[in-house]
Design a binder for this molecule. Structure first.
Ligand code: S3P
Length: 167
């Protein structure tokens, strides 16, 4: 099985879908944010505060390359597409973009009190939407498959991914 890399903005459902997809395909899952939290030894928001986003992005790139060495379902962080190096690494991979409406994404980000994103602390709803629109083209460009997740249940999204990637 070729690795499947899930990309998309914060709140797109990458974590949820990666788990469900891995279960269905009986594959290993790597949730990059979870691994990074373990590595940096603190919540991502604290890390951003203490060490800055640039330093976080370096850890993220290192992990992305490592994760791609094994066959797995990879749930990336929403900003993984920002680094040129990551864009290159992902250019020939099976990248699936989980697309959702900007208003839904912002709502999910605000309602998630367990995973408080550093970029959601600093930015208001308008800023978050602008951030999404500024990244949207990159998600589309890197994706081999685009799945519109609007009003779909995880099980439907999983079967659509499997259908599209031909696993
Ligand atoms: C980020 C998204 C987060 C996390 C970090 C930065 C981003 O991951 O990696 O807070 O820049 O979009 P999720 O997309 O899983 O929330």
């Amino acid at each position: 099985m070729e690795s499947i890399v899930l990309i998309g903005f914060m709140g797109a459902g990458k974590t949820t879908i990666s788990k469900a997809l891995a279960e269905t395909l009986n594959a290993q899952v790597v949730d990059m944010d979870d691994v990074l939290v373990e590595r940096i030894g603190q919540p991502i928001s604290d890390y951003f505060e203490e060490h800055g986003e640039t330093s976080f992005r370096k850890h993220e790139t290192t992990l992305l390359k490592e994760a791609l060495k094994e066959e797995s379902i990879i749930a990336t962080g929403g900003g993984v597409i920002l680094q040129k190096e990551n864009q290159q690494v992902l250019s020939d991979k099976l990248v699936v973009y989980l697309k959702a409406d900007a208003n839904i994404l912002v709502k999910r980000i605000r309602e998630d009190h367990v995973n408080v994103r550093p970029l959601a602390i600093k930015n208001d709803d308008g800023d978050l939407k602008r951030l999404f629109f500024s990244r949207e083209k990159l998600y589309e460009k890197l994706a081999k498959v685009v799945i519109d997740t609007t009003e779909k249940k995880p099980v439907e999204i999983v079967s659509e991914i499997i259908q599209q990637v031909g696993s």
